[in-house]
Design a binder for this molecule. Structure first.
Ligand code: 2NE
Length: 262
């Protein structure tokens, strides 16, 4: 499949999906999201594939979230794909593909990029990785899986800290809060991910599928919250308050939300 923004490779039962936008810390634009959905769908239906590894190109970032240079009043630019950014479908496909998805976090997992690894079944992190959310700083939020499901993983207090304060956490700190399964030296990350994938390939695919669906069932109601949250986000992106966040990031200046406090 010809892709512009991602790399897609299938070998020995493992599909590897790599966001390939190193210049912008692997931030995703509308086209990137479409291509990720297409790759995950292909891995879903290819019966030779048992595990997906999801990573970012280079050694700086897994994914820095939505491409803020494409964000204006009303949301992300539609020109790269001809329609609005469909992050919700991407979230659902990572959750629902009936095969384990391993995130190999090779650097920053920030904002919407952090949500992507949170949704994966397993997260392996390079010791150089950094984790965090930025929404309240750049005028955005993920009030669905990105927050409610995160709270299931790290607990309510920690999830609120992560979202409200927009801090960055080291790989070791992420491991301590149960946000990653293992931290390894950066140079060995992909070998480690392939080793975990090969271990999974020895297991019953049907048992893994039903276990994944069983784990998902307990948090499935968050899908409804995500519908609401993405609709709310579309409205929020039309406000001056949300624009102040993205403009401050793009203009490299401190953000000033003071006039929106009411
Ligand atoms: C990721 C981070 C912490 C990296 O910092 P650093 O210092 O290593 O790199 P720098 O200089 O900030 O970034 C390098 C280049 O990448 C671009 C920058 O603008 C810069 O470009 P140049 O100056 O070299 O031209 N870049 C990085 N992230 C970008 C992005 N997201 N969009 C466009 N360009 C980006 C630091 O870069 C950072 O904090 N990035 C922003 C993270 C962020 O706020 N992401 C969006 C959150 S909202 C979201 O993802 C979302 C959502 O909430 C709901 C639905 C869908 C999406």
């Amino acid at each position: 499949m010809p892709f512009q923004d991602i790399l897609y490779d299938k070998k020995d039962g493992i599909a590897t999906i790599t966001i390939n936008r190193e210049d912008v810390r692997n931030a995703f634009r509308t086209l990137t999201v479409d291509e990720l959905i297409a790759a995950f769908k292909d891995a879903w239906w290819d019966h030779s594939i048992g595990v997906v590894i999801f990573t970012g190109a280079g050694d700086k970032a897994f994914c820095a979230g939505g491409d803020q240079s494409e964000r204006g009043r009303g949301g992300y630019d539609t020109s790269s794909a001809g329609h609005e950014m469909d992050v919700e479908t991407l979230h659902n496909i990572i959750r629902n593909i009936p095969k384990p998805v391993i995130a190999a976090v090779n650097g920053f997992a920030i904002g919407g990029g952090h949500v992507l690894h949170v949704l994966c079944d397993i997260t392996l992190a390079a010791d150089t990785a950094r984790f965090g959310q930025t929404g309240p700083r750049v005028g955005s939020f993920d009030a669905g899986y990105g927050s409610a499901y995160l709270a299931r993983i790290v607990g309510e207090k920690k999830a609120r800290e992560i979202w409200y304060f927009c801090r960055q956490y080291t790989a070791d700190e992420a491991a301590q809060m149960g946000l990653v399964n293992k931290v390894v030296p950066a140079a060995t990350l992909m070998d480690e991910a392939r080793s975990w994938a090969h271990e999974l390939l020895q297991k019953s695919p049907t048992a893994l599928k039903f276990l994944k669906y069983s784990f998902n069932a307990d948090s499935a109601h968050i899908g409804g919250i995500s519908n609401m949250a993405m609709g709310a986000l579309e409205l929020y992106y039309q406000t001056d308050e949300a624009l102040e966040g993205v403009n401050a990031f793009m203009e490299r200046r401190p953000v000033d939300f003071s006039k929106f406090r009411k």
